[in-house]
Design a protein around this ligand. Structure first.
Ligand SMILES: Cc1cc2nc3c(=O)[nH]c(=O)nc-3n(C[C@H](O)[C@H](O)[C@H](O)COP(=O)(O)OP(=O)(O)OC[C@H]3O[C@@H](n4cnc5c(N)ncnc54)[C@H](O)[C@@H]3O)c2cc1C
Length: 430
C-alpha cells in the first residue's frame, strides 16, 4: 500500500565497480537513510555510500503500520526524571520529523493527532489509569480515557479504557524515505539499489562485497535491522519476526463514524501478541498483529516470506473485526508482510563495535522503529564524531542484546512456546 501510493522515483543504479568511501551504510530504510542524511550534513567532505539489497524502503521502513510513537520499548518507567528523559528524547525526535515534513510541503503524508493504547481488561484498566495519572503528574502529556471521552475516539465493546498520547501520530514511511534520499543525494551521498551485500571483511579498512564490486571504507554502518543476523552479526540478539498487514481504500468520514473510530491516528492493544491499527492521512484503515498466526517466524532467520501469508491476514482480519465489527464491510485493498527485528528485552541497541571501533549499528526496534530508527541517524552521527555523551544514559546506548538460542532450538522453542502460552518469548515480562 505504501509503495502503491508513494510518488514513483527512478531507481538508482546498482554498484558495478569497486569503490572507496569514508562510510559505507548497509540498508536503505529509516536507519540507513537517516544516518546517511545526518552524516552528510555534518561531514560534507566525507564520501558516504549506501548499499541496498532491494529498492529503498524494501524492509520494515516501507512496510510498517506507520504509527509514530513515543517511548523506548522495554525501558523502565518508575522514576520521574528517567521517564521525562526517555519521553523527552522520543518527543524531540517526533518534533524533528514534524519540522522536516513541514520544511518540504507536499512531500510526506503525516498526521499528529495522537495514538491510543487500548486496554482490554478491567483490572489492567485500573493499573493503566493509575500509571497514566502518575505520568501526567510528572508533567508528561498523557491522558486516561474512558466512558464518553473514549467513545468519542473509539467505540469498541472490547476496549475498557485507553491511554491517549496526543503527541504521537501516523506517517507515510516511503514518502519520508524518498525525501531523505533526495536530501542525502543533494549532499553527495550515493545510494546503490539492488546491491545485496554478500560478505564483509572487517579491518582498519572494511571490505564490503557485493555481486557488482567491493566497497572499501574506513567505517561501516549496519542498518539492516531484522536482516542483520544473515550478515553474521547479532545472531543471538535479534529475532526476525514477520508481521502480516492489510489496508483498505480511503474511507469517508461517515464510514469512519459508522465503524466507530475518529480523531486518533492509531491504536494498539495491551495484549502480548499486540494488535495495531492505523488511520492513514488519506483515510485508509491499516491492521496488523493480534495473534500467533498474524506473526510468523521462519526457520533459521529466513526473512523472505516464501509460504502463504493468507492465514496470517485472515487472523489479522478476525482481530480487527472483534475490535470494530463495522470494519468487516470494508474491502481490503492491499495485503503484505514485513520483517521486524525483535530483541528479548524489546529494547533496541545503538552503538559501535569491532576491533577497530569502526562498525556502527542501530537495530532491534521491536515494532517501535518509526521514531527510533529515524533518531538513529542523529545518534550514529554523534558516535561517529566520537561524541557519546548526549546518548550514553539512554537504554539503547551500547545495549547488549542476546539470549536467543541457535537453531534448531530457536525454531522449535519459538513455535512450542507460542503455541502453549499464546505469548511471544521475552525477558522481563511486564
Ligand atoms: C509490519 C510492520 C509494522 C510495523 N509498524 C510499526 C509502527 O506502526 N510504528 C513503529 O514505530 N514501528 C513499526 N514497525 C517497526 C519499524 O518499521 C522498523 O523498526 C523500522 O522500519 C526499522 O528500520 P530500519 O531501517 O532499521 O530497517 P529496515 O527498514 O528493515 O531496513 C533494512 C534494509 O536493509 C536492507 N538489507 C538487508 N540485508 C541487506 C544486505 N545483505 N545488503 C544490502 N541491503 C540489505 C533491506 O532490504 C532493507 O531495506 C513495524 C514493522 C513492521 C514489519
Amino acid at each position: 500500500m505504501w509503495a502503491a501510493t508513494a510518488r514513483p522515483r527512478p531507481e538508482s543504479a546498482p554498484l558495478r565497480a569497486d569503490e572507496s568511501a569514508d562510510v559505507v551504510i548497509i540498508g536503505a530504510g529509516f536507519t540507513g537513510l537517516s544516518t546517511a542524511h545526518h552524516l552528510a550534513a555534518r561531514f560534507p567532505d566525507r564520501r558516504i555510500v549506501v548499499l541496498e539489497a532491494g529498492r529503498i524502503g524494501n524492509g520494515a521502513s516501507g512496510r510498517n503500520g506507520g504509527m509514530v510513537l513515543n517511548w523506548i520499548h522495554g525501558a523502565e518507567l518508575s522514576d520521574p526524571d528517567r521517564s521525562r528523559r526517555i519521553f523527552g528524547v522520543t518527543r524531540a525526535a517526533i518534533d524533528d520529523l514534524e519540522a522536516l515534513v513541514a520544511a518540504h510541503p507536499g512531500r510526506v503524508r503525516f498526521r499528529r493527532d495522537g495514538c491510543l493504547e487500548a486496554v482490554t481488561d478491567t483490572r489492567r484498566a485500573e493499573e493503566a489509569h493509575a500509571d497514566a495519572e502518575k505520568l501526567a503528574s510528572w508533567g508528561l502529556p498523557v491522558t486516561w480515557l474512558s466512558g464518553d471521552a473514549l467513545r468519542q475516539r473509539l467505540r469498541s465493546e472490547r476496549v475498557v479504557g485507553a491511554v491517549l498520547d496526543p503527541t504521537a501520530g501516523q506517517m507515510h514511511g516511503l514518502d519520508l524515505l524518498h525525501l531523505r534520499y533526495d536530501l542525502a543525494a543533494a549532499l553527495g551521498v550515493t545510494v546503490y539499489e539492488r546491491t545485496p551485500v554478500v560478505a564483509i571483511r572487517e579491518g582498519k579498512t572494511i571490505e564490503v562485497h557485493t555481486p557488482g564490486g567491493v566497497v572499501r571504507a574506513a567505517a561501516m554502518v549496519l542498518a539492516t535491522n531484522g536482516y542483520t543476523p544473515r550478515l553474521g552479526y547479532f545472531r543471538r540478539g535479534l529475532f526476525p519476526l514477520h508481521s502480516h498487514v492489510f489496508a483498505t481504500e480511503p474511507q469517508s468520514a461517515e464510514t469512519w463514524a459508522r465503524v466507530g473510530w475518529s480523531g486518533a491516528a492509531g491504536f494498539s492493544d495491551d495484549l502480548d501478541r499486540i494488535a495495531y491499527f492505523s488511520m492513514t492521512p488519506d483515510g485508509r484503515l491499516l491492521a496488523g498483529g493480534g495473534s500467533n498466526t498474524s506473526y510468523g517466524y521462519r526457520w533459521n532467520d529466513a526473512t523472505a516470506w516464501k509460504g502463504s501469508a493468507a492465514r496470517g491476514h485472515e487472523a489479522v482480519a478476525r482481530t480487527l473485526h472483534r475490535y470494530l465489527p463495522g470494519a468487516a464491510e470494508l474491502p481490503v485493498a492491499q495485503r503484505w508482510t514485513g520483517t521486524l527485528g525483535i530483541t528479548m528485552s524489546r529494547t533496541c541497541t545503538m552503538g559501535v563495535r569491532g576491533a577497530h571501533r569502526n562498525v556502527y549499528f542501530a537495530l532491534g526496534y521491536s515494532g517501535h522503529g518509526v521514531v527510533l530508527a529515524n533518531l538513529a541517524g542523529k545518534v550514529l552521527a554523534d558516535l561517529y564524531a566520537d561524541h557519546h555523551e548526549p546518548w550514553a544514559d539512554l537504554p539503547f546506548y551500547q545495549h547488549r542484546i542476546g539470549g536467543i538460542p541457535g537453531e534448531p532450538l530457536r525454531f522449535v522453542g519459538y513455535h512450542a512456546y507460542t503455541a502453549l502460552t499464546g505469548r511471544s518469548p521475552r525477558k522481563n515480562h511486564a
